[in-house]
Design a protein around this ligand. Structure first.
Ligand SMILES: C[S@@+](CC[C@H](N)C(=O)[O-])C[C@H]1O[C@@H](n2cnc3c(N)ncnc32)[C@H](O)[C@@H]1O
Length: 318
């Protein structure tokens, strides 16, 4: 996926294969810009305010945030896109393109659909009730390997306990907890946000969520670089690991609630507007449709938002 010629290095970028909230509507970037302004106020308006778009795709979110910021805030903003793929041509000069998060910055780090792409191992319970690592060939054929042990077994016991029932599966989120803690560690002060398909301890999916995407369709997760491979994120485990590092606490909420708190309501405009100002009515209707998509039950609205403040109060959303 990430190697030369791999899925994420292709010219079309992720947007050529699936639709994230960032692609769905500019309302999303506007909401993130509003959040950045709240972080800015909580930080007492620093001279250099960082916005870090973690796993930036082709820089769509960071570009949208810069465009939506009030001029005075934009002038103080240092915009970073952190991405494995190369910098796209023609990107706004104000955006710094980096392979790793910048260190010791002050501001907002925002990771939309990053953690679901951080690779995890998968455990499956065998006929004797023992969780074993799932091994996969390049053509997608699977078999069971060694029993899961050590830190991974501890992670399973704490975050995704597997009953001794053959065929049950768990995705061992340890590398995501570590990735999240490292990203958090790059912030001196501010707020880190991870947004993803997520589940929590009370409702883990019994057979896991591993799947592939290519050209807008769900497909078999074949590890040959031809498709995206993704699994939902145990965001509660990431939060706990992050809190060990930044004791200010963490909050998990749905995208629907997070975006509402950031002013994305999705209400239809009053019908009376249609006769008095038809153009404004049509614009407001289109915007309401986009807000509805971003907050839809069973869709993007069910995504999880993990908010983790570093050295500032948690009063940013809601
Ligand atoms: C699902 S796409 C999301 C892109 C964008 N954030 C959005 O919401 O449209 C995941 C992106 O994460 C990037 N990525 C994965 N692991 C990464 C890492 N460790 N550092 C930087 N980028 C990473 C991939 O190259 C890909 O562009």
């Amino acid at each position: 996926m990430y190697g030369p010629g791999g899925f994420y290095r292709r010219p079309e970028g992720p947007a050529g294969h699936f639709r994230t909230s960032v692609h769905a509507s500019s309302l999303f970037a506007e909401a993130v810009a509003r959040l950045l302004c709240r972080v800015d106020a909580a930080l007492d308006r620093p001279g250099a305010l960082a916005f870090v778009d973690m796993a930036a795709g082709r820089g769509e979110l960071v570009g949208g945030v810069l465009a939506a910021l009030p001029a005075e805030v934009a002038a103080r903003t240092r915009a970073y896109a952190v991405e494995i793929a190369d910098r796209p041509e023609g990107l706004d000069d104000r955006i710094e393109w980096l392979p790793e998060p910048p260190q010791q910055v002050t501001g907002l780090l925002f990771a939309n659909e990053w953690l679901d792409n951080v690779p995890v191992d998968i455990a499956e319970v065998d006929s004797a009730g023992v969780p074993r690592r799932v091994l996969v060939r390049q053509d997608g054929a699977e078999r069971l390997g060694e029993p899961v042990g050590g830190a991974e077994a501890e992670w399973l016991a704490r975050w995704w306990p597997l009953p001794a029932e053959e065929g049950l599966r768990a995705e061992i989120g340890l590398p995501r907890d570590e990735a999240w803690a490292a990203a958090l560690g790059s912030l001196d002060r501010g707020l880190a946000v991870a947004v993803d398909y997520a589940h929590t301890l009370d409702a883990r999916p019994p057979f896991g969520t591993l799947t592939g995407f290519r050209a807008g369709r769900e497909t078999a997760p074949v590890p040959d670089g031809s498709c995206d491979i993704t699994a939902h994120v145990a965001l509660d485990a990431c939060a706990a690991r992050g809190t060990a590092r930044t004791p200010s606490g963490a909050r998990l909420l749905s995208q629907r609630d997070a975006l509402r708190a950031l002013g994305i309501a999705g209400a239809r405009p009053p019908l009376a507007l249609a006769s008095t100002q038809p153009a404004a009515y049509v614009r407001a209707l289109a915007s309401a449709g986009e807000a509805a998509e971003l907050t839809a039950p069973g869709g993007l609205g069910d995504f999880g938002w993990l908010l983790q403040p570093v050295g500032i109060p948690d009063a940013l959303v809601g």
